[in-house]
Design a protein around this ligand. Sequence first.
Ligand code: FEO
Length: 400
Amino acid sequence: MYKQKEIATNIFYVGVNDRQKALFENLWPLPYGVSYNSYLIIDRETVLIDTVDVCYSDIFLKKIAGALNGRTLDYLVVNHMEPDHSGSIRLLRQQYPGVKIVGNGKTHGMLAGFHGITDGLLEVKEGESLSTGSRSLTFHMAPMVHWPEVMFTYDAKDKILFSADAFGTYGTLDGGIIDAEMNIEHFREEMIRYYSNIVGKYGGPVQNALRKLSALDVETICSTHGPVWRKHIGEAVSVYDRLSRYEGADGAVVLYGSMYGNTEQMAEAVACSLAGNGIRDIVLHNASKSHASYILKDIFKYKALIVGSPTYSGQLFPEIESTLSKIEVREVRNRLFGYFGSFTWAGAAVKRLAEFAARMKWETVGAPVEQKQSLNETNYAACLALGQAMAEKIKEQSTR
Ligand code: FEO
């Protein structure tokens, strides 16, 4: 009954859309939802590439049965074992007991741990292939894009790369499956947010995978999340390349915490100075209000970060501390960094921000500003000077 989208002759999209989950990984907001993509190849052998979150297994199995049209399933290729893609494997095996599960050694270890499945496995190594009849699927290991067992599957016949999480994005597929069939505008920001939230720590492995891919002739990318990339394939690859090199665009994030508005006034002064000195892309984030998901997105997007924090219980403001920890975990590189802070009776925040900059090995731009109680004339001028110094540094490094 379910008519499945054919993305190439006898390759069907059988994924699902999740518009119910509020937080991906119970962490990251999903205003546009998320898709879990899966693809079915009908050939002499039938091959499914990845499964979906177990919450959607019922509709998923119905879609597969519809596309198989009475045939059985011969192979399941597992490119990634995170449960948003592996969650339906046990139920799939119950439905198709003879299905052979294709993965590498790490995949099969995780299959045993997550699902208790230890038989009917086919282990593949780098560069090995599986013939489906008219097609040959070749497997390329892509460890740590996003987990250690991740691999890509390449179909040379139609030049399709099944890329696991790589080139993925938040956002459901609202009718169209292939990028040329839809308005992709909101996916541009959502891809950066997805990358920074989920894959952001693994820039090196993403670069390794991109180098490996450069040897393949790829015309279509089938990721596990978001549109099938064909018309905009160059753009999708370029975004992942830029982000994994931690290359920021000309622009600045001003991130601040503030209890009573004193540190916020410093942030406003810095931002006004950035604008007055020619910077057009400026994002102010109140750490108590902006979700870290969006703050991380903008920090990956832009090359400059200026952080302001009040001193709170002798430490950084907790929401700032929490966000800096997420930046540190992701080992974000090459940011231009400025900082400022305020205190009432004993300052600590500015010292902590200096320690953060040293740990990140980032270039500090301008003189830090530290304000006791309300903003005074001297420190207002110092905030303007900090914004100006950062604006000049951004322009100096501009590649536009
Ligand atoms: Fe979409 Fe790393 O799982």
